[in-house]
Design a binder for this molecule. Structure first.
Ligand SMILES: Nc1nc2c(ncn2[C@@H]2O[C@H](COP(=O)(O)OP(=O)(O)OP(=O)(O)O)[C@@H](O)[C@H]2O)c(=O)[nH]1
Ligand SMILES: [Mg+2]
Length: 309
């Protein structure tokens, strides 16, 4: 290594340390500042930054390889050209979907996820979102019977949003709550049940057993194709979020993801890994604690924000 290269490397380490709390886009800017043209070191640094931005090593390596190939084939050199190529490589990895409760049918959206990721808050936000869009009844099912406060929390949201909540007693059977919530909307022949669940992931076998029971009931009560299992992922939890998604997907099979706390992180790359490696689409993004702090997921906006274009 020449003295010039060593100095560059030291400068890079210092800058990366200074930006440890910032996201991938900031690190990417640093990397462009260090290299005049894309070299092996450039691609390696880029791949490291993707991993620090919460993309899995496997996906980061795939992105790095594709970018190397694009730069070599098309002789890309400038920051703008390389960013553009990176955008076009990442965009197809990210999937979005829209969930639209169908008129004349009973839809059940079962909201899953580990402790504190934002399940109950997301249910309230999603109820508020659909209240403005659909005229059929919406019922919140207090399926987290594990924590007494969870039932009260959902009832509080129900009162604030003027939305019915079906709840049983603390310690009750979550499947029975969802059963009753589905009955509450089925009298009108159509409607949406947003079902909360307990966030514990203490033991995979227990989780599987409990979820499979809830799953059987929800499936039997929803109209064909209208039962969706939605995983809530906290964007600030990084790679760990991917492992959570894997466990839930293996246990019960997931249909979609809601990415929460996107306002609190400059990273959020976990969505890229979850979309690519589990083939799941993102439906909503949570961007704050208020009812309106939710938006439909836009892959274009998301990838632009991720790489800082
Ligand atoms: N900044 C921010 N905070 C959020 C978002 N979504 C949820 N929160 C906050 O995250 C915390 C946990 O939210 P809950 O909805 O209670 O999470 P939960 O998954 O239901 O938690 P458990 O029931 O304990 O498993 C609360 O303080 C929420 O206000 C979001 O998109 N952005
Ligand atoms: Mg909750």
């Amino acid at each position: 290594m020449t003295v010039k290269k060593i100095k560059k490397k030291l400068r890079k380490i210092k800058e990366i340390k200074m930006n440890k709390k910032k996201g991938f886009s900031q690190k990417l800017k640093n990397i462009f500042g260090l290299y005049e043209e894309p070299s092996d070191d450039f691609f390696e640094d880029l791949s490291d930054s993707l991993i620090e931005g919460d993309i899995s090593a496997k996906t980061a390596m795939q992105i790095e390889d594709e970018l190397r190939e694009a730069c070599r084939k098309r002789k890309l050199k400038s920051e703008e050209e390389i960013l553009n190529a990176l955008y076009n490589i990442i965009l197809p990895l990210v999937k979005a979907d829209k969930l639209e409760p169908e008129p004349g049918k009973i839809s059940i959206y079962l909201v899953l996820g580990v402790n504190g990721v934002g399940k109950t808050t997301s249910i309230a936000k999603i109820a508020n979102y659909y209240k403005k869009k659909i005229s059929m009844p919406i019922v919140l099912a207090a399926g987290d019977t594990f924590r007494a406060a969870a039932i009260d929390q959902l009832k509080f949201h129900g009162d604030s949003l003027d939305t019915r909540v079906v709840a049983h007693k603390y310690g009750g059977d979550p499947g029975a709550v969802i059963f009753d919530a589905a009955d509450a909307v089925s009298s009108s022949g159509e409607g949406l049940v947003l079902a909360d669940t307990a966030g514990r992931l203490h033991n995979k076998e227990n989780l599987v057993r409990e979820l499979q029971k809830i799953d059987r009931i929800a499936k039997s009560k929803a109209s064909e194709g209208c039962y969706k299992k939605i995983l809530v992922l906290d964007a600030t939890t990084g790679q760990n979020g991917f492992r959570q998604a894997e466990v839930f997907n293996e246990s019960i099979g997931l249909d979609a993801v809601v990415l929460t706390k996107y306002d609190s992180t400059a990273k959020g790359g976990v969505a890229i890994t979850v979309c690519k490696e589990l083939g799941l689409p993102v439906v909503f993004v949570g961007t704050g604690e208020k009812y309106d702090d939710i938006s439909e997921f836009s892959p274009e906006e998301y990838v632009k924000a991720f790489i800082g274009e």
